[in-house]
Design a protein around this ligand. Sequence first.
Ligand code: ADP
Ligand code: X2W
Length: 299
Amino acid sequence: MTDHTPSAALLAKAETLTEALPYLQRYAGETFVVKYGGHAMGDPEAQRDFAEDVVLLKAVGINPVVVHGGGPQIGAMLKRLGVESQFVGGLRVTDAATAEVAEMVLAGKINKEIVGWIAALGGRAVGLSGKDANLVIAEKVQRTEADPNSGIERHVDLGFVGDPVTVDPRILTNLAADNFIPVVAPVALGADGATYNINADTMAGAIAGALGAKRFFLLTDVAGVLDKAGELLTDLDEAKIAALKADGTISGGMIPKVDTCVAAIEAGVEAAVILDGRIPHGMLLEIFTRRGAGTLIGK
Ligand SMILES: Nc1ncnc2c1ncn2[C@@H]1O[C@H](COP(=O)(O)OP(=O)(O)O)[C@@H](O)[C@H]1O
Ligand SMILES: CC(=O)N[C@@H](CCC(=O)OP(=O)(O)O)C(=O)O
């Protein structure tokens, strides 16, 4: 007689599904903002896995809003055009020609690639930038830098680099209510009518704050915030972050990330998670299993 007992592997799959039940109940109807960084995009397979996660979130009643980057991809295009890029404090110095290329790569190429993957997997994505429906109004960033000789702080002109100053999230909530998945490129107009290039972490944080998102995910190319020994720090708050910045544990590109998370939480986001976007379905493991992944930043 044939043995009809399910295999252990099959039973483990059922357990994974039941383990997800409390999370499915807790998050149904909530808004999750996901920042998908250029380094996390990797190869087409990684992009497909990411899109699959986003479509799954929507299918179980969560409202995902994707805000993407594309720094390495802008860099590659500028290189093809023979233009060198300079960074100050993690921000790309953006003259008018660079702003044009950044918009083409972000709002044209990458945005439509992500929309395409989501569509291919049965989701209904709408690609937009901060310009659409006045989603974001930007203001030229003001930065200072210490002069290497005198040590005196002086103003640095980053060109068309913007900070989001107002966010009108109605287009996002309207799209989500109609079962669309918004995919946002970090480009916006200033009140002066100019096009501004915005750091994608900053853009995503401002949008997460304006939406009062339940969760804000930052997908990057490290496991999360690491301590000096390279071990993952699983839980952080504002005070711990301040200490880690002060002693130099958090540096470079991780500084704007944690600052963005803290600002988003102050604006009403319940918690932010920094995690490795290169791990296939890492976001699903974080959301729907007890193990979690990455660094959770809360109040
Ligand atoms: N304490 C830390 N933990 C993890 N990464 C850190 C830390 N301090 C600095 N970093 C750096 O921050 C980087 C992530 O920032 P960034 O390269 O700007 O990411 P992205 O391109 O995804 O926006 C890491 O790859 C790492 O080099
Ligand atoms: C002003 C500024 O630096 N803008 C960024 C926008 C893209 C971005 O932030 O992409 P990642 O998230 O992949 O780094 C840039 O030009 O690279």
